[in-house]
Design a protein around this ligand. Structure first.
Ligand SMILES: [Ca+2]
Length: 377
């Protein structure tokens, strides 16, 4: 495994980043610099991505992070526009956006063979495009809040990554991915160009402090974000030159957040709209709790897979999580994966429970329900 070849100094870097790392203050009580974050999302069918992006903007409003770019990991759909609607809501309509070209997930759902026709009306036919309906509806409900109705019209994610990384100080950027791994693989495979004399792997090694990924299913399984472009996942995880921290699927699955967002007393909020429109009622959860749990719903809302990744990216492991060192790897072309614990030499880290999950969910809800500091509507 190439991972076994990662030098020990990277392990030291990994754990240097996971101590108490609240951005509000360093160990001496002085204000810490905001964490520089590139956010990479599928914004495809599920909606914890919306919660994650809302958390990120709230943390940026508080000076805890700086959002450098918001990039989609899918093409031929409304994902980029949906991201832009959220960015607009928080008063950051000009954030760089991008999408992959030529590979990875396309269209309205994983496994689709073709893109969505952006002119397709929102009618019963939208049943055919499943969960992506909510994002197309977001574009219909918030006209003028986005630039790219079709993510294929957005810039190439590679160009955005390279431009943003090249402009940042060395070892300063945290990538937070809450979708497919396509863009990381493509970035690693980029060649030197007019943006940077470095190839993708060298550019990442120089600029990226760590990659926080919502991926991995302990101890093994077919984790959604890793499996749908399994070859890219394998290449990226095996070749990434800086530490990777995983927000494990099992952590987020029973950490429920978002009902507080759905029940907010605000008008004209795309974040509220998405949560209110997609969480089962309290009564339904009460009547069908086992079924809801299997589907990732609880009384508190939706499984907070992606929001926990944002917490990990901006605030670090403590005080919310424990962490285990090991190796996460793809084990088959079908997207199977496994986590191999290795406390001594594992190049990766995955979070486990420390604080009760209901408390973590309350932290997430508090962030998601904050009023945008400079919001536009
Ligand atoms: Ca996601």
């Amino acid at each position: 495994m190439r991972n076994a070849m990662i030098p020990f100094c990277l392990f030291a870097m990994l754990f240097a980043t996971v101590g108490p790392s609240l951005a509000a203050a360093d160990g001496n009580g002085a204000a810490a610099a905001p964490v520089k974050v590139i956010f990479d999302t599928d914004m495809l069918s599920d909606f914890d991505d919306v919660g994650a992006l809302a958390c990120l903007h709230a943390l940026a409003d508080a000076g805890e992070c700086e959002i450098l770019a918001t990039i989609s990991s899918t093409r031929g759909n409304a994902s980029v526009g949906a991201v832009e609607v959220i960015n607009h809501y928080y008063g950051r309509p000009d954030l760089p956006v991008g999408a992959p070209k030529g590979m990875g997930v396309i269209g309205p759902r994983p496994g689709s063979k073709s893109k969505i026709d952006p002119a397709l009306p929102l009618t019963e036919r939208t049943n055919q495009i499943g969960g992506h309906y909510k994002y197309r509806k977001l574009l219909a409900d918030y006209p003028g809040w986005y630039r790219y109705k079709d993510s294929d019209d957005a810039p190439d994610a590679n160009e955005v990554y390279r431009r943003v990384l090249a402009a940042q100080p060395d070892n300063s950027v945290v990538i937070c991915s809450v979708g497919f791994i396509t863009n990381m693989r493509r970035l690693l495979e980029t060649k030197p160009d007019t943006i940077s004399p470095l190839d993708g792997k060298a550019l990442v090694a120089k600029k990226v402090k760590r990659w926080v990924a919502m991926a991995c299913q302990y101890p093994s399984g077919k984790e959604y974000n890793s499996m749908w472009d399994a070859e890219s996942s394998r290449i990226a995880f095996e070749n990434w030159p800086t530490p990777i921290q995983f927000s494990d699927w099992r952590y987020g699955h029973d950490c429920f957040a978002g009902r507080a967002v759905a029940e907010m007393k605000v008008e004209r909020s795309p974040v509220k709209d998405v949560f209110a429109g997609n969480i089962p009622s309290r009564d339904e959860v009460r009547r069908n709790s086992a079924k809801c749990l299997r589907s990732g719903f609880g009384m508190g809302g939706r499984s907070a897979w992606d929001e926990t990744a944002v917490l990990l990216a901006v605030r670090g492991v403590e005080p919310y999580f424990n962490a285990e060192r090991g190796t996460y790897r793809m084990t088959g072309k079908d997207g199977s994966n496994e986590w191999a614990p290795d406390a001594e030499n594992g190049p990766h880290l995955r979070i486990t429970q420390r604080m009760p999950k209901a408390e973590v969910a309350r932290v997430i809800d508090e962030l998601m329900t904050r009023k945008p500091k400079n919001g536009k509507n």
